[in-house]
Design a protein around this ligand. Structure first.
Ligand code: GLY
Length: 259
């Protein structure tokens, strides 16, 4: 059974990092309810939720995806690009160490999990404001010995690689081609997000169903037309903190370890 590691919404989320969005008031109570509904959605798709408690003084800690990249062989504990987010990794490493041997990104490398998209044995890694060439070099060094090939690409106009592209079926990527060159994904089916919905390329594929935000109806119609099964969630308050559906969990198989 896959596990979804999550972390509760911090009461200080209103002080989150923002890069491309203007600050808006976040209704923390609503954000907490939306996050619970998101966890329930993941549970309904077959995940066992492993919830970490909120970190009251770490505004972005709900976006747990950025703190680790979990593969079958190892969990890479990242060094987030935003300094305010670096203390987020400790508790996540603690939680993951019973499931995987840990590896670490170290200074001067930076890497956010939101910049890493795994498709089979290929890891597409975005060079972004958060993930630097040294962080990507360290990923290569640690993961190529396991047989992963690393493909590095620049990310422009958005926060993370996975703001611009995610997987919506085993062979289909959903992409905002204004932010990322679709040719990096030659060989896969490409579905473009509706141009009127630039943030719509973020979906979380679990057991063949794409968890997807209700905020993007035009792109949703494109997904439905392709026959992609969807589980729709409302994450409006988390989106104000520049978060999306992939950011709020780390999904992995327990490989039989069930501490
Ligand atoms: N607020 C999400 C981030 O900047 O990491």
């Amino acid at each position: 059974m896959p596990v979804a590691l999550t972390r509760g919404v911090s009461r200080s989320i209103g002080r989150c990092e923002l890069t491309h969005l203007a600050r808006e008031t976040i209704d923390v109570g609503l954000a907490v309810r939306q996050h619970h509904a998101y966890e329930a959605c993941l549970e309904s798709l077959g995940c066992r939720i492993l919830p970490l408690p909120p970190e009251p003084d770490l505004p972005d800690a709900v976006f747990v995806e950025d703190t680790a990249v979990v593969l079958d062989e190892t969990a890479v504990i990242t060094r987030p690009g935003a300094e305010s987010r670096r203390p987020e990794t400790g508790r996540v490493a603690e939680a993951l160490k019973s499931f995987r041997p840990l590896s670490f990104i170290s200074d001067p490398g930076t890497l956010d999990g939101g910049d890493v998209l795994r498709i089979g044995r290929e890891l597409f890694i975005g060079r972004s404001a958060r993930s630097n060439p040294e962080g990507i070099r360290q990923m290569r060094l640690q993961l190529e010995p396991f047989g992963y090939s690393i493909r590095e690409m620049p990310v422009k106009g958005c926060l993370h690689l996975k703001s611009a592209v995610t997987l919506v079926s085993e062979q289909t990527v959903l992409i905002n081609a204004d932010w990322l060159d679709a040719r990096y994904f030659n060989g896969l089916e490409i579905l473009e997000a509706d141009p009127g919905e630039p943030y719509a390329a973020n979906a979380l594929l679990i057991n063949g169903t794409a968890v997807y935000s209700q905020a993007y109806p035009a792109t949703r119609r494109r997904l439905e037309k392709q026959g992609i099964p969807l589980a729709i969630v409302d994450v409006s308050e988390l989106a104000k903190a520049e978060g999306a559906v992939t950011c709020c969990s780390i999904i992995f198989d327990t490989n039989g370890a069930d501490p």
